[in-house]
Ligand binder design. Structure first.
Ligand SMILES: [Zn+2]
Length: 457
């Protein structure tokens, strides 16, 4: 069995607070069939620490899993979650079945016996169906529904149902109590209720096909303009519990910029304070509203955010909390680094990818406009890069901020440039095979040394 079963203690926690309407809704999650029925499995539960890994061209699953295997030998369990969004599948021209095949093959080849998951990343009602068969983790993205007007009667009913959210709220672990008025809660509910209702629709759609408890549901609200504050998160979680969605991970938008492939930009102290407060809000909501006991934060675009890793690490230790860190394109960048490092045809192809990306910059950046900051003046010309040695190319691209050759602008451009490689098709895949050793080595080392080690080891 690939997945960890829910322990007896957790099952009991799941069913805590029977008087609470939310807890009643979650009773549906409990297996109803007899234990001898193979379909009576307890809900799938994701472990404390998990790493979302993207594998755009389905060639790196083994190298990625090797990082989790190394972490395991070093004493920490990291649950691998392979994620690929509908947008990525469309750009690359792949199907979710290919992600499943690559993950299963890597698991078999390396003899991985612990749980692992496949994340249907950023799906909604319109895009979920192609993932339903093969995925067992669903990132239900409702960011587009935030701030869309909810039914005023539903908002009123929500606030009436939750008088505990109004007034002075003292949460364990948070020094300053939250002070909220009824109008504040109404405003927050009005902003998020429709999004939560939409998440309920998507959740029930998936559950109708896969069965309740047969997948890990996440709700994501990260792809929006303004961050959700910890008091807003509490209201959102109360609404999610009311909606009966047994989420195990939630991805809010955090304060600061989470640009693709590069470090965090923002107020580190504020991030740390809010991240800690979010953990306290989650612990509170689990008890108060009967949400799954393993509910944890999911940090999207979490790769390469080296400056906040110490804060995340401290917060997890302080609260004994788990986390899901979703990487974003960092493995694709390591493939290009691996090609460049191999020299010869590999380096030539890496240079060609850069030149193509540079000449199609507007088109490539457009879908990612809000999550990249590229200063065109800092991008070297294609001719300049063409003259680079392997070490120069690798130095510019590898995320080593101490290296004077490192260029965050070039890195972001190549980050969004995977479409160029997708268009190259067999030529790109051929070089991935030819440069297997250096690609795989860079993929593993990046996840283990730059991500898993500072966060978890
Ligand atoms: Zn996201």
């Amino acid at each position: 069995m690939r997945h960890r079963r829910l322990g007896k203690d957790k099952r009991m926690a799941w069913n805590a607070e029977k008087s609470n309407p939310a807890a009643v809704a979650f009773r549906a999650v409990r297996p109803l069939r007899s234990p001898s029925d193979p379909m009576s499995a307890s809900p799938l539960v994701i472990g404390k620490f998990s790493l979302g890994m993207g594998d755009r061209f389905a060639h790196e699953a083994e190298a990625q899993l090797a990082a989790c295997l190394a972490a395991r030998k070093l004493g920490v369990e990291i649950v691998p979650v392979w994620n690929k969004s509908n947008r990525e599948h469309n750009i690359i021209g792949s199907e979710p079945t290919s992600t499943r095949a690559a993950a299963d093959a890597a698991v078999k080849s390396l003899g991985w016996t612990a749980p692992y998951f496949l994340d249907a990343d950023h799906i909604g009602l319109k895009t979920v169906d192609r993932f339903v068969g093969v995925s067992d983790f669903f990132t239900i993205d409702v960011a587009d529904f935030i701030a869309q007007p909810a039914d005023p009667a539903a908002v009123k009913a929500f606030v009436d149902r939750h008088p505990e959210l109004v007034g002075t709220l003292t949460l364990a672990g948070i020094d300053r109590p939250f002070t909220t008025t009824r109008a504040d809660v109404e405003r927050t509910a009005a902003k998020f209720l429709l999004a939560v209702q939409e998440a309920g629709k998507v959740y029930r759609h998936i559950a109708a096909v896969k069965g309740v408890g047969r997948f890990v549901p996440e709700i994501s609200m990260d792809e929006t303009d303004s961050p959700q504050t910890p008091p807003e998160l509490l209201v959102i979680l109360a609404a999610i519990a009311d909606e009966g969605v047994p989420i195990q991970t939630i991805a809010p938008k955090f304060t600061g910029r989470f640009n693709k492939g590069v470090d965090y930009v923002g107020d580190l102290a504020q991030f740390e304070r809010e991240f800690n407060d979010d953990l306290c809000v989650i612990a509170h909501a689990v008890k108060k509203y009967g949400l799954p006991a393993n509910l944890k934060l999911s940090v999207h675009s979490g790769s390469d955010k080296f400056s906040i890793y110490p804060a995340i690490r401290r917060a997890l230790a302080r609260h004994g909390a788990g986390v899901h860190v979703k990487t974003a394109g960092t493995t694709w960048l390591e493939e290009v680094i691996g090609l460049a490092e191999a020299g010869g045809d590999g380096l030539a192809l890496a240079k060609e990818i850069y030149a193509e990306a540079l000449s199609h910059m507007d088109e490539l950046c457009q879908p990612y406009a809000t999550v990249i900051d590229i200063d065109r003046a800092r991008l070297p010309s294609a001719a300049e890069v063409d003259a680079w040695s392997s070490a120069q190319f690798v130095g510019a691209l590898r995320h080593d901020q101490k290296n004077p050759l490192y260029n965050a602008h070039l890195r972001q451009l190549i980050h969004v440039g995977f479409k160029v490689a997708a268009k190259m098709g067999p030529r790109y895949l051929g070089q991935l095979k030819a440069c297997r050793e250096s690609c795989a080595r860079n993929v593993t080392l990046n996840l283990l040394e730059r991500h898993i080690r500072p966060l978890f080891l």
